[in-house]
Design a protein around this ligand. Structure first.
Ligand SMILES: C[S@@+](CC[C@H](N)C(=O)[O-])C[C@H]1O[C@@H](n2cnc3c(N)ncnc32)[C@H](O)[C@@H]1O
Length: 386
């Protein structure tokens, strides 16, 4: 079914619905716009594609950007987004023509990574499903981004995905993406893998692709060499319900032992407050096995609370979580580390703003056709099947 709702434009002044649970209050003004970072002639605008719960948006707003359009088709993610930003994102990206998206300076998009991630690919393979660009539902979304870039010709874009994107399908997927952005769309692309452990206590490697329409002097931001440890985000007295039952803890230990005996590395990740966590995944709600917090001898470990997951992803403590624990774990596991985006965003805006002050606002569209890249999606699918 096509989502025919009108896209939301600027944030409404108030959240449409009061948050239902664990609500504190809507986003604080100082968090949504840091005017000190705006010494430019006009605000830099961005669109937040595949916005999830707004990790990109928080980072870009903190860097001084102004969001003019957001979209995500997941109703639970939209609920969290609305509770925090006061606007409900548009739904399916394929249900809006690029021409109906308002004018903007920077396209932001953490496009779905399951078709390219190691876990997503092996799961899809085991179920006999297509992955990468061949995943008809999710793999082609890069081409929707390409269509929007082709139509609007924004001064810049920032895309994010799993590190494994570079190696998927023996590097061909990445090659098609870079080729499309550089050669076909004519952008100057900078790529870097950033491990979020330099700003949060979580090992989380993601690739950032930053592109500029003009050849501007951009470099990725510097990060501290050493990041914080888990102790900085843990609750001193978490509710008992997050402690693993004997049944689950025994199961996880037996499972790990079985795989150890078979020479596999599968197992749970037991950590203390002095450690850095493994990557929080969208599946954390299942058993929490990738990050289990030790509670000392004689006590079963516990999983992180949703609030601790929020901190692990760099979200502030007053970020409203209006959904169930299950949905909250999924949402944070799917999200992006806010302080990483913020630093990248500051660098992109600092690079772009002086150039924008000199150039007219009007986007220069050299491409008229809608879905210019939709046909490419089909061609790539055929070409990558050997
Ligand atoms: C990796 S997550 C991005 C999360 C986001 N960066 C954040 O900070 O929360 C990808 C998102 O794409 C959304 N998505 C997948 N297919 C979509 C489609 N066809 N249209 C709109 N959103 C879609 C999913 O619901 C998911 O929230």
């Amino acid at each position: 079914m096509m989502d025919r709702r009108k896209p939301t434009r600027r944030a409404a002044s108030q959240p449409a619905n009061p948050p239902t649970r664990r609500a504190s209050r809507a986003i604080r003004p100082e968090r949504s716009h840091n005017r000190e970072l705006l010494p430019f002639a006009r605000p830099i605008t961005f669109i937040d594609l595949f916005c999830g719960i707004g990790g990109f948006r928080l980072g870009f707003e903190r860097a001084g950007g102004q969001c003019v359009f957001s979209c995500d088709w997941d109703k639970h993610a939209r609920k969290t987004y609305e509770a925090n930003f006061g606007e409900e994102p548009f739904g399916d990206i394929n249900a809006i023509a690029p021409a109906d998206i308002p004018e903007f300076d920077i396209l932001c998009g953490g496009f779905p990574c399951q078709p390219f991630s190691i876990a997503g690919v092996s799961k899809k393979q085991s179920l006999g499903m297509k992955h990468g660009f061949e995943d008809k539902k999710q793999g082609n979304l890069f081409f929707s981004i390409a269509d929007i870039i082709a139509h609007h010709r924004p001064p810049a874009f920032v895309l994010e995905n799993v590190k494994h994107l570079q190696r998927h399908d023996k590097g061909r997927t990445y090659q098609v993406i870079i080729d499309t952005l550089q050669r076909r769309l004519g952008y100057h692309v900078h790529a870097q893998v950033i491990d979020a452990r330099v700003v949060v206590p979580q090992h989380r490697e993601r690739i950032f692709l930053v592109g500029f329409r003009e050849d501007l002097p951009f470099s990725f931001p510097p990060f501290p060499a050493e990041g914080p440890k888990l102790g900085s985000i843990l609750d001193p007295r978490p509710p008992q319900k997050y402690t693993l039952t004997d049944h689950l803890w025994n199961y996880l230990q037996n499972y790990a032992e079985k795989h150890r005996a078979a020479g596999n590395g599968f197992g749970y990740g037991l950590v203390t407050r002095n450690d850095v966590a493994r990557t929080l995944s969208a599946r954390y709600y299942k058993d929490g096995s990738e990050i289990l917090i030790s509670q000392g001898r004689g006590r079963n470990p516990r999983r992180l609370t949703p609030q601790e997951c929020a901190r692990l992803m760099g979200f502030p403590d007053d970020f409203v979580i209006p959904v169930s624990d299950t949905q909250a774990y999924r949402q944070f596991g799917n999200s992006i580390v806010v302080p990483v985006v913020q630093r990248v965003a500051e660098q992109v805006i600092a690079t772009l703003a002086p150039a924008l002050d000199r150039t007219p606002r009007k986007p220069r569209s050299r491409f008229a056709a809608r879905s210019l890249f939709a046909r490419d999606a089909a061609l790539v699918q055929t070409a990558s099947v050997e």
